[in-house]
Design a protein around this ligand. Structure first.
Ligand code: SAH
Length: 479
């Protein structure tokens, strides 16, 4: 087993042998740790040369000599020559210096771990040289889980450590206080880029007579259109920290699987089967759990503020003084456009995009059809599958050409995505023939024609369906 070690190299001499990009990368890291770096090599990469000129590092020109090791605490060998690296390692061995040979565990007497830097918090990963790829993968995972605010949170905690200790002399109480600090409003304020608010919360909590109560919060989180790969890192972190998840009934299992295992999950909103949670009950659930001190994630399809009633939920949270944050998601229009190869504002074809909802009996009266029928704009129409006849008739009646291309994307970004293409005049008939169902998004405008040639995900229906049709040989096999 390797002995894990976090070395204080501040003001200590370290030798880096090698003048290339790898040496430069290692040097940058050492400089961050405050080390006094000497780089030895016949020639230096531009970056290293610059640092020498700026006096940030010392330089030993020419071929390697063992006396370069004199007076150094650590040595990093980053040359391209294995025999030379081996010589440096042997010289280090003879002089009892710790030597790291980059990417060569066998020659190294110490290894540099994969690192997640939230200074003062450092998470280091080592596979002992056995599986650097795995270490790298783990690093990415942890990197995405620890939000950047951890660094400033711990710096703040460091400054107030003595006061926290005095205020909560009892260990159990102190532990509870730190839980509150890590999970509660101070961290939330730092995530919201408000360091002064964060510090104020901390100071207030320290001068309050009572220990701070667990304070609940709600995150309105956009889950994107369905593909879990389209979640943001911030959404993923929120899911990892949630006590309670109130999710739209349509949120896919693979996304919910990313949430904390022991989080309580409650499906709300419309279900395909017709079960329906009224908006008021959703508000009541959010309040109930947040007021009980829970961290609630209100997980919504797409983006919470695009036809998602996120605005109403936000109003309720504000009225009741509940702490909140809002995490945007990739909205269906943007996602479906990408997954069907339609550039929504393709140069020369469209100067604007309109996100339109065709939901509700009244929309045909309230929508400004004449505006919507204008050319050189793209319409992205949500919740329109039940209204295709009406929609088509109105747009054509108000002047949009029946030959305007459309792409209708059903279950966008999901494995069962289907994209139907055609022209506006044929839209209702084509959609009926292929039995397109919700959720589906309609893209209407000249740009939609691109789907025929640029489509890349799922099945393409309609005029160009032959492109993705099952090859005849396979059909014969199946028969
Ligand atoms: N807040 C969501 C929209 C909610 S309204 C967002 O930003 O995307 C619901 C409508 O969104 C559906 O009727 C459909 O038109 C569209 N939609 C949502 N997910 C979709 C998907 N995966 N594929 C196609 N359309 C989708």
């Amino acid at each position: 087993m390797l002995y894990p070690l976090f070395a204080d190299l501040n003001d200590r001499h370290v030798l880096v042998v090698g003048g290339g990009d790898v040496a430069a990368r290692k040097t940058a890291m050492l400089l961050k740790a405050g080390a006094r770096v000497t780089v030895g090599a016949p020639v230096l990469a531009p970056e290293l040369r610059e640092w020498v000129q700026q006096g940030r590092i010392a330089y030993k020109p020419g071929a390697y000599r063992s006396d370069w090791l004199d007076g150094t605490w650590l040595v990093i060998a980053a040359t391209r020559s294995r025999p030379l690296n081996a010589r440096i390692a042997a010289d280090g061995q003879a002089r009892q210096r710790l030597v790291n040979v980059v990417d060569d565990a066998a020659l190294s007497s110490f290894q540099v771990p994969a690192l997640i830097d939230r200074s003062p918090l450092l998470v280091a990963i080592s596979s002992g040289g056995a599986a650097p790829m795995l270490a790298r993968r783990l690093r990415e995972r942890i990197e995405s889980l620890l939000d950047p605010a951890w660094g400033s949170l711990l710096q703040l905690a460091q400054r107030y450590r003595a006061r926290i200790r005095t205020r909560h002399a009892d260990l159990a109480a102190r532990r509870r206080f730190y839980d509150w600090l890590h999970d509660g409003p101070v961290h939330a304020q730092l995530r919201a880029a408000r360091p002064a608010h964060a510090e104020h919360r901390l100071v207030t909590a320290l001068s309050d007579a009572a220990a701070p109560a667990a304070s609940g919060s709600v995150a309105l989180v956009g889950a994107g259109p369905g593909d879990p790969g389209l979640l943001t890192l911030r959404a993923l972190r929120a899911l990892n920290e949630a006590d309670v998840i109130l999710h739209d009934a349509l949120i896919s299992e693979p996304i919910l699987d990313l949430a904390r295992r022991d989080a309580v999950r409650i499906a709300v909103g419309k279900r395909a089967g017709g079960m329906h949670t009224p908006q008021d009950s959703i508000h009541a659930l959010m309040l109930e759990h947040a007021q009980a001190g829970k961290r609630v994630v209100r997980l919504k399809g797409g983006d919470p503020f695009v036809f998602g009633r996120g605005g109403e939920e936000l109003d309720v949270l504000r009225e009741h003084g509940i702490a909140y944050e809002i995490v945007p998601g990739i909205t269906a229009a943007v996602a479906c456009a990408a997954y069907s190869g339609v550039p929504l504002t393709h140069r020369g074809h469209a100067q604007s995009v309109r996100l339109v909802t065709a939901h509700g009996q009244s929309s045909s009266n309230t929508l400004d059809w004449r505006e919507l029928a204008q050319e050189r704009q793209t319409l992205a129409i949500y919740m329109g599958v039940g209204q295709l006849e009406e929609l088509t008739a109105q747009l054509i009646a108000h002047g949009r050409a029946a030959s305007t291309p459309f792409a209708l994307i059903e279950n966008g970004t999901l494995p069962q995505q289907r994209t139907l293409t055609g022209v506006l005049g044929d839209l209702p008939a084509l959609a009926a023939r292929h039995a397109i169902e919700a959720p589906a998004l309609l893209i209407l405008g000249e740009v939609a024609a691109q789907a025929d040639s640029s489509h890349w995900f799922g099945e393409l229906l309609g005029e160009s369906r032959s492109q993705t049709a099952v090859p005849p040989a396979v059909l014969a096999d199946a028969a």
